[in-house]
Design a binder for this molecule. Structure first.
Ligand SMILES: [Zn+2]
Length: 336
């Protein structure tokens, strides 16, 4: 069963989250494998998407925010777009669109950063948006400060957290065809506004709290715990249960544990697609385009990339879409 555990280091300005996606992750893989247009993900793509899904779940769990958190990679290699999206209730979904062959054993640079133009975006979509409020989005390249290609997703995200949140963060991520898991350790912000949560509230880029900048890399407690966390190997993260991992890494620290989130309250596969959203997307195509498809094929079929569900609209359905504007919500950009 998929599970998420949050904890604090007693008396220290450090917090942690560990996630282990099992059924939630294999459901995402199984749905892709059953799509006869695409077939299953090649192992390197599954590994990347699994790490993204684990990372997005950690980041969603780490903020108080009522809306979806989306982690996207826009690649310049065979993986064009990879998306992992996590709702505040920990419903997760993920998908990737590919073009061309995936070299076996490909790592981040070969998958999404061949010419060093790949980008990673983190977006927060508030459920109840205030008038004029835009979703927050932060974008980082897939290279370091000296344009060196980063090898791991965790390096990209740690860089993001440091750059835009001014917070020391350690991430360990791993995924295979059974498990997608991650550990996040973060120094607590000195000021609340200098983090993703504050950004979501204002719609602005995260603020730069001077105190946080001063503290980067200097907090001894954080540094000690970060070194312990970094010693966690991919193999350990994939094969050991959460209790064993926390005991092995932090047996000398005093952890304050929150109630674990598992089962109905834990991370699980959930798609937010709906017939109304697809109808909105068809309306966005315009009446001429829709009628063209209808003339050619008899109906309009749209498949959800996340869950594989097929939506079919015949001529009568389509006519209804175009005669009742405004009845349906706008299309989600995530339904392809
Ligand atoms: Zn769906």
């Amino acid at each position: 069963m998929s599970e998420l555990h949050k904890f604090l280091f007693d008396g220290l300005p450090v917090r942690g989250v560990i996630v282990r996606l099992t059924d939630a992750w294999t459901e995402i893989l199984a749905r892709r494998a059953s799509n006869h247009h695409t077939g299953p993900y090649a192992p390197p793509v599954a590994e990347l998407l699994g790490e993204m899904t684990a990372a997005a779940t950690l980041m969603q769990a780490n903020i108080k925010f009522n809306g979806a958190l989306t982690l996207q990679i826009f690649g310049d290699g065979p993986v064009k777009v990879a998306v992992a999206e996590v709702q505040p209730n920990l419903g997760v979904r993920a998908t990737a669109s590919l073009l061309g062959d995936i070299p076996s054993g490909a790592r981040l640079p070969e998958l999404v950063n061949v010419t060093n133009k790949g980008r990673c975006a983190i977006s927060l979509h508030p459920k109840e948006r205030l008038p004029g409020q835009q979703p927050y989005q932060g974008v980082v390249p897939l290279h370091g400060d000296h344009r060196e290609k980063l090898d791991k997703l965790s390096d990209v995200l740690q860089h993001y957290m440091l750059q835009s949140e001014q917070l020391d963060t350690t991430l360990v991520l791993a995924a295979d065809d059974q498990v997608a898991a991650g550990l996040l350790i973060q120094r607590l912000p000195v000021k609340g506004e200098a983090n993703l949560e504050g950004a979501a509230a204002t719609g602005d880029a995260p603020g730069r709290a001077v105190h946080n900048e001063d503290e980067i890399g200097l907090n001894e407690d954080y540094n000690r715990i970060a070194i312990l966390a970094s010693s966690l190997t991919r193999d350990e993260l994939l094969t050991l249960d959460v209790e064993t991992i926390l005991r092995r890494l932090f047996w000398e620290e005093k952890l304050l544990r929150f109630e674990p989130q598992a089962g109905a309250d834990g991370p699980r596969f959930a798609c937010t697609c709906s017939r109304e959203r697809v109808a909105g997307m068809i309306r966005g195509l315009g009446v001429e385009e829709a009628e063209g498809i209808l003339a050619e094929r008899g109906n309009i079929e749209v498949g959800c990339d996340f869950c594989g569900r097929q939506y079919r609209f015949d001529a009568v359905d389509a006519a209804r879409i175009f005669t009742a504007p405004g009845d349906q919500p706008p299309a989600s950009p995530l339904v392809q």
